[in-house]
Write a protein that binds this ligand. Sequence first.
Ligand code: HPA
Length: 272
Amino acid sequence: MYELIEQARAAIAGRLLVTPKVGLILGSGLGGLADDLEQAAVVPYAEIPGFHAPKVHGHRGELAIGLMEGKPVAAMRGRFHFYEGHSMQEVAFPVRVLKALGCETLIVTNAAGGLRPDWQVGDIMRISDQIFLPGMVGNHPLRGENDDRLGPRFPGVVGAFDNELVPLAREVAAAQGTTLREGVYCMLSGPAFESAAEIRMLRIWGADAVGMSTAPEVIVAIHGGMRVLGFSLITNLAMPDGPPANHAEVLEAGEQAKPRFSALIRGILSRM
Ligand code: HPA
């Protein structure tokens, strides 16, 4: 894998006008968050070794590297999902490449179902912790031989979401009049949305939001020693007695929240 990371890095690095310091993963419907980068280089995933063309509607497939609020970022417009058939290693591979390109911080975003009845569609939740269910039962991106050049065999995960960016995110949200929820994100494989019994189980487990991404990318970022900040856009409420979730509402909520979400990310970047 080390060689493939280097090949991907080399395929991208030659085209860059800036060296990215912050990696940004844009989830369902949020790809437009980094549309207007300055000094941008845009590399289609198809041209990056180890990357795949996206198959999910609402996900673009390109890496855009440039300045956002004057900060050099590498924005993934679209990500890979386990439910598409990729292995967890493939899902998290781009994070290795972001790190190799120079990113020390990873900002992850996703669309998620809210598990708290008092929350609303359009709420933004900072991910204060995660439950990586597929990883807990064996679908883990660090399974297999460890490459010590990339990180430790047994990385610690407690406290991974606690860093200096958290108070910053809270301040920026408050200044913008955006309520910033905080909670635990649980990743399930998908692609089916949860059953009523699964939703009840997730609530008992202490999850506040549920989705089908992010956790493997976060684990690999931690493994590589990156600083992590994560946000979920609550695109629907996952309620045991509610209507079933659907992909159209997920994209619609992403579209609605884009200005607020974008302002939050930009505000954080501007003060980093
Ligand atoms: N469940 C799982 N993934 C999701 C949801 C949901 O309700 N909403 C957006 N992604």
